[in-house]
Design a protein around this ligand. Structure first.
Ligand code: PHE
Length: 339
């Protein structure tokens, strides 16, 4: 039996087979257990003789079984450690990271620059009433300026007596703000705007950022200082030339267009002999103030509006407007910024 068990133990290679040998030897009905039980039926003399030898054999086999078990356990653990080894020197798999869209980023920057000048952010709805988008801004029906806007009109709602449009400009937020809060007012209103126009430089949806300042002694000088400071901060060019040109908007008087210096030859922004138009502005028209219940003899102010895409294209050298809306991950990686 001794040889039999020892060679069986030597032959097992896993813990399951080892356990089978253990049970078949030392278990309740195991081979050695059977021999030990048989001692009871023997004559005292014989029992004494055989008992000593069998007890010794039991000790030896018990020890052999335990040793083999420990060896197999150690081998199993070793095998697992090898199988589950992590190679810490491998380069990590790249993490898919998102980027801030340049439009979001530009709006964040505008908010930060105007925020430092004490402006608050105001909002209005994308679906705007014809009155807020046009009439209250001194652009009544049949006003020639209306046709410039390629307006998306919404179908009339039965029982609702207001015409609705997708806002063609953020200027309606001027009206909403003046109606909702008392001056002094100092707000910007970034947001989506819509015009039925689509080519390399026009998108049916685009973004504007409006600005409005109302107070008791606000002058054109404030307008100029504010916009010069903003443009130089936004483009990061403290000496950038800024030019104001006379223009026309129905809701400002006088109206201005604002240009920044650039070089046609080198394409450089903020220096050079040429000019680029970047935004529209003016002193809020007395009729607009009156439409919002403000007495123009007490309150004056200025307003401005800029195209977020246009400013972002100039700042980052983005050539095609349409690329803003294509969700091309390579484009986002290039022009977007880390969160
Ligand atoms: N709303 C004008 C536009 O879309 C811009 C503007 C805003 C001009 C405020 C003057 C004052 O072109």
């Amino acid at each position: 039996l001794r040889h039999e068990v020892l060679s069986e133990l030597a032959a097992v290679t896993d813990l399951k087979a080892w356990d089978a040998v253990r049970v078949a030897t030392l278990g309740k009905s195991g081979r050695l257990t059977g021999l030990l039980k048989a001692l009871g039926k023997m004559a005292p003399e014989e029992r004494k003789l055989r008992g000593v030898a069998l007890n010794r054999l039991r000790d030896e086999l018990t020890q052999a079984v335990e040793e083999r078990g420990r060896a197999l356990e150690a081998a199993a653990l070793e095998a697992r450690l090898v199988a589950e080894r992590v190679d810490v020197s491998l380069p990590p798999a790249p993490v898919q990271q998102g980027y801030i869209h340049p439009i979001s980023r530009a709006i964040e920057e505008m908010t930060a620059i105007f925020g430092a000048m004490d402006f608050q952010v105001a909002e209005g709805p994308d679906i705007e009433t014809d009155w807020h988008n046009f009439s209250a801004l001194n652009t009544p029906a049949h006003h020639p300026a209306r046709t410039d806007h390629d307006t998306f009109y919404l179908p009339p709602v039965p029982g609702l007596d207001v015409a609705r449009v997708l806002r063609t400009q953020t200027s309606g937020v001027q009206i909403r703000t003046m109606l909702a809060q008392n001056p002094p007012i100092r707000i910007i209103a970034p947001g989506r705007t819509y015009r039925a126009d689509h080519d390399a430089t026009h998108s049916p949806m685009f973004h504007q950022c409006e600005g409005l300042v109302i107070g008791q002694d606000i002058t054109l000088g404030h307008l100029k200082g504010c916009l010069i400071d903003f443009l130089r901060a936004f483009f990061g060019k403290p000496d950038m030339p800024v030019r104001f040109r006379s223009s026309y908007f129905p809701f400002t008087e006088p109206s201005l267009e604002v240009d920044i210096g650039w070089s046609r030859k080198t394409g450089e922004i903020g220096a050079g002999e040429d000019w680029l138009e970047v935004l529209g502005a003016g002193m809020v028209h007395a009729r607009v103030l009156a439409n919002c219940g403000l007495d123009p003899r007490t309150w004056q102010g200025f307003a401005f509006g800029m195209g977020v895409e246009r400013l972002t294209m100039l700042k980052n050298g983005i050539p095609d407007l349409r690329s803003f809306y294509e969700s091309d991950i390579r484009w986002l990686r290039h022009y977007g910024s880390d969160p």
